[in-house]
Design a protein around this ligand. Structure first.
Ligand SMILES: [Zn+2]
Ligand SMILES: [Zn+2]
Ligand SMILES: [Zn+2]
Length: 143
């Protein structure tokens, strides 16, 4: 029995099951419709999820941030990255441990640093993140 059931895209469940690795998902707090979904903290997922909420339009258009409690006005093109900061996803360089709030910033660090060139990107999750665990993984860890 899973510890709790999270409302996620079936595709995410499938991917977690196939990889056998737990994944961290975050509760969507976009206003304007009951959602209750948990989304992965990646650019692709968030951008697709925004489309699902009907938040679309030209990248240059000014939009109000639809996140509950936030009323920032920003360009549509920067919305995905902005939402990622609401999720609190951060990334860390596996070599020197530096933490950045955006993957592109960390990639730039890894590219530009001689000693960190072979570093991996570790994801740092906030307590709000929930683990989505594959069934096999749960069973193995319950024994
Ligand atoms: Zn949503
Ligand atoms: Zn916002
Ligand atoms: Zn580094």
């Amino acid at each position: 029995m899973p510890l709790d059931t999270l409302n996620v895209d079936p595709e995410v469940f499938f991917r977690v099951e196939r990889s056998g690795q737990p994944l961290v998902v975050y509760e969507c707090k976009l206003e304007g419709g009951p959602c209750g979904m948990f989304v992965e903290g990646t650019t692709t997922t968030v951008s697709a999820h925004l489309r699902g909420h009907g938040i679309t339009g030209p990248d240059g258009a000014s939009t109000n941030c639809p996140w509950a409690g936030c009323s920032k006005t920003l360009k549509r093109g920067g919305m995905t990255r902005h939402i990622l900061t609401h999720l609190g996803v951060k990334v860390r360089c596996s070599m020197c441990g530096v933490v950045k709030c955006r993957l592109d910033l960390l990639r730039a660090h890894i590219r530009s640093s001689e000693s960190c060139r072979l570093a991996c990107v570790d994801t740092v999750h906030r307590p709000e993140g929930r683990f989505l665990v594959p069934t096999g993984w749960t069973a193995a860890h319950q024994v």
